[in-house]
Design a protein around this ligand. Structure first.
Ligand code: TMP
Length: 407
């Protein structure tokens, strides 16, 4: 199930519905079309049915220029049983360390923390008693909330909405890492934040930064969960109609380039720290990304076709959501790519959505030693390459982002 998107999440501008009479500047502006795709994290076992296919189209708000998907897939379909598990990689642990240090610099009080979209509780486990005495998670995925509760991280299983958060006590710090762009109703999100914060709380929102995505050609970050592609201007437009303001902003390399918004309530006594603004999202930069995407898809397809003509065997690494977007954009199947290695137990021995390529464990690469391996987890490439010492001796890596390269 999905619905058409009707109001800008940031500035609340009402778009004309498709097929209705309207002024040209009432419409969302189409900027990137990835066709109709399966859900990027719908990894399923042989006996499970697929959750369907959905349009994957990015549009700009004509007023505040926030880029957002044209449709919204029902969150119950997306998140009830979710395959994405927070990475335990060294890259992620370094990021957690840096983020915690930055939170500690910005916060004035650090006894309690709530994490929205807390996944399996990995970041909260990092923060528990270090220094937060009270930690609470909130995540709609039953499989992940169960893991978090099992490891001693109290986790409410449900969406972060006004209805669900009303009974929460105000927390000193509220964190939302890579979840805000998954949320459809930002008005409800901001009101919910108001309910779970006090005057001196710090709200920490980490999202992929749209400019990094464009500069890095990472159009594979466009999938059904990522409803919005955040800019600083869009966050300002949203804050302007809430009781929060941007206290300061920091940028990080994680997930191909992320921005963290530190928000405070308008009544806070702490003065905001000046930050660099960015320009409005422009049609031209999105069109450039769209053109580059066409070229990159053609390049990877012809590279794999050439390798196959030479009788070479090709595998892939990283069953990320990004890999699903790539595989469906290229129309690859298990004929072209034999399997995908991934260290996430929830993904192993499943099939990649749409392409039906089997997902196997990491050890497969050493056991099989294919001629080439496409690293779809390009954001962790250095770490993965350093680990695969045996494959490195005989095989070649292909890294598809920011441009298709044989390493
Ligand atoms: P992500 O970029 O969406 O976090 O996805 C990265 C995927 O790559 C995820 O499914 C886990 C996988 N992965 C490995 O299999 N081995 C690794 O060493 C790392 C860092 C990630």
């Amino acid at each position: 199930m999905f619905k058409h998107h009707t109001h800008c999440r940031a500035c609340n501008f009402a778009f004309s519905a498709p097929g209705t009479k309207c002024q040209p500047n009432d419409r969302l502006i189409p900027v990137l079309d990835l066709g109709v795709q399966p859900l990027a994290n719908d990894f399923r076992r042989e006996d499970e049915t697929c959750e369907g296919h959905y349009p994957l189209k990015v549009m700009l708000c004509p007023r505040c220029k926030l880029a957002q998907l044209s449709v919204v897939v029902d969150p119950k379909t997306l998140y009830s049983n979710y395959a994405y598990v927070t990475s335990h990689s060294q890259t992620m642990m370094r990021h957690f360390d840096e983020l915690r240090n930055d939170i500690m610099v910005e916060t004035t009080v650090a006894n309690s923390v709530l994490e929205i979209g807390s996944n399996d509780g990995t970041f909260l486990a990092f923060l528990k008693n270090n220094p937060f005495e009270t930690v609470l998670g909130c995540d709609p995925a039953e499989n992940l909330a169960k893991i978090a509760n099992g490891r001693g991280i109290p986790t409410f299983c449900g969406l972060f909405t006004v209805e669900n958060c009303d009974c929460q006590k105000a927390k000193d710090v509220v964190i939302a890492r890579h979840v805000m762009c998954h949320i459809d109703d930002w008005t409800d999100f901001m009101v919910s934040l108001e309910r779970v914060t006090h005057d001196e709380s710090l709200v920490v929102i980490e999202v992929p930064y749209y400019k990094d995505m464009i500069n890095r050609n990472s159009w594979d970050q466009v999938y059904a969960e990522h409803l919005s592609y955040m800019s600083i201007g869009a966050m300002e437009a949203l804050c302007a109609r809430s009781s929060f303001h941007i206290h300061t902003i920091k940028k990080y390399g994680i997930h191909g380039g992320s921005v963290v918004f530190f928000l405070r309530k308008n009544g806070s006594v702490v003065k905001p720290v000046p930050y660099a603004k960015d320009e409005d999202q422009a049609l031209g930069e999105w069109q450039m990304l769209s053109d580059n995407k066409e070229d990159m898809v053609l390049e990877l397809k012809s590279l794999v076709a050439d390798l196959r003509t030479q009788g070479k065997r090709v595998a892939a690494y990283g069953a990320s959501a990004k890999s699903t977007v790539w595989l469906n954009a290229c129309g690859f199947t298990a004929k072209e790519i034999s399997y995908i290695c991934d260290n996430t137990p929830q993904k192993q021995y499943t099939f990649s959505p749409g392409s039906n390529i089997p997902v196997l464990c990491e050890g497969m690469l050493t056991a099989d030693l294919p001629d080439c391996c496409i690293c779809f987890a390009w954001n962790f490439f250095q770490e993965i390459q350093a680990k695969e010492v045996i494959f490195n001796k005989t095989g070649k890596w292909i890294v598809p982002v920011p441009s298709v390269k044989v390493m």
